[in-house]
Design a protein around this ligand. Structure first.
Ligand code: NCD
Length: 310
């Protein structure tokens, strides 16, 4: 039962619970009109302490499409946060008004603090460079719908593997499926954190390799997950400028890839995928953004225990 639970990191839900969410997302995609009233009378609060376009809008769109309502802030300086209120107090207060909270915060672990302060479900919409579980639900739903499943795939993850929270969450989630291999493509300075390498990949005996050149591994990949260099998490602007254009996926490079390789990106894109790749049928990132709304509809319904009303 997912009713009343929080989602702070991908492994909070079992594989079976995730499958239930994906199956509900499939049903919503097939007949969204059946769900227009599913969360009528429910209120979702979005507490965004960091910039966002897709995540916040897709949560808001998801709740509106379920017939629920949304309150929240996207500019913490316009709320009592600016007066020095703690996360715990803000959440306790918001929980007096809303039925479910979605939080994005620059500090790792902030949504966990929020979840401990209230009984209503809290969804982590990204905490610092740590985790981003609803982006992972989006990524998984995309792979599942476009490929049929997660077993026996080789996934290349490219770019900022150090600060990219979407990458950490995706590796954590995919490491539970059968025979998934990872090829981690990054410069030395942006390699995945040691805890991901040791506690997730090595501990679970997952096959992986770390390389610097994208071209040499492209032909092996079933999925290429591109990421932007996370400017806001750099201490030093010079390092960012030196690394930001390290990887650019262009039409020429796509010729090296399998005919059915999926190109995913959590977005926003900066320069790492050239716009000419957008017309390649393997470029799925905008479709992925759309799936993100549907999977969030399924998640909200599940955590609130809302039944379909038709
Ligand atoms: C990602 C994030 O916020 O971590 N964006 C998103 O939610 N789709 C990726 C990023 O900002 O690079």
């Amino acid at each position: 039962m997912l009713k009343g639970r929080s989602l702070l990191e991908p492994k909070d839900f079992t594989i079976e619970e995730l499958e239930d969410i994906f199956q509900l997302a499939d049903k919503i995609i097939d007949a969204p009109e059946n769900y227009e009233e599913a969360c009528r009378g429910k209120l979702l609060a979005t507490l965004f302490y960091e910039p966002s376009t897709r995540t916040r809008f897709s949560f808001e769109a998801a709740m509106c499409r379920l017939g629920g309502k949304v309150i929240g802030f996207s500019e913490p300086n316009s709320s009592s946060v600016a007066k020095g209120e703690s996360i715990a107090d803000t959440v306790r207060t918001v929980a007096c008004y809303a039925d479910i909270v979605v939080m994005r915060h620059p500090k790792e672990g902030a949504p966990r603090v929020a979840a401990k302060s209230t009984d209503i479900p809290v969804i982590n919409a990204g905490d610092g460079g740590h985790q981003h579980p609803t982006q992972t639900l989006t990524d998984l739903l995309t792979i599942r719908r476009e490929r049929g499943g997660f077993d026996d795939i080789t996934v290349g993850v490219c770019g900022d593997l150090k600060f990219g929270r979407t990458v950490h969450s995706l590796i954590k989630a995919l490491s539970r499926y059968k025979n998934v291999k990872f090829i981690l493509i990054s410069p030395d300075e942006l390699k995945i954190p040691d805890y991901v390498r040791k506690e997730i990949l090595q501990k679970n005996n997952i096959e992986y390799k770390e390389v610097e050149k994208m071209e040499e591994v492209l032909p092996e990949l079933d999925v290429l997950y591109m990421t932007r260099v996370q400017k806001e998490r750099f201490f030093n602007e010079e390092d960012y400028i030196r690394l930001k254009d390290k990887y650019i996926l262009e039409e020429e490079k796509m010729k090296l890839a399998k005919k059915d390789m999926m190109v995913l990106h959590p977005l926003p894109r900066v320069n790492e995928i050239s716009v000419e790749v957008d017309k390649d049928p393997r470029a799925l990132y905008f479709k992925q953004a759309k799936y993100g709304m549907y999977v969030r509809m399924a998640l909200i319904m599940s955590l609130l225990g809302c039944e379909k009303v038709s």
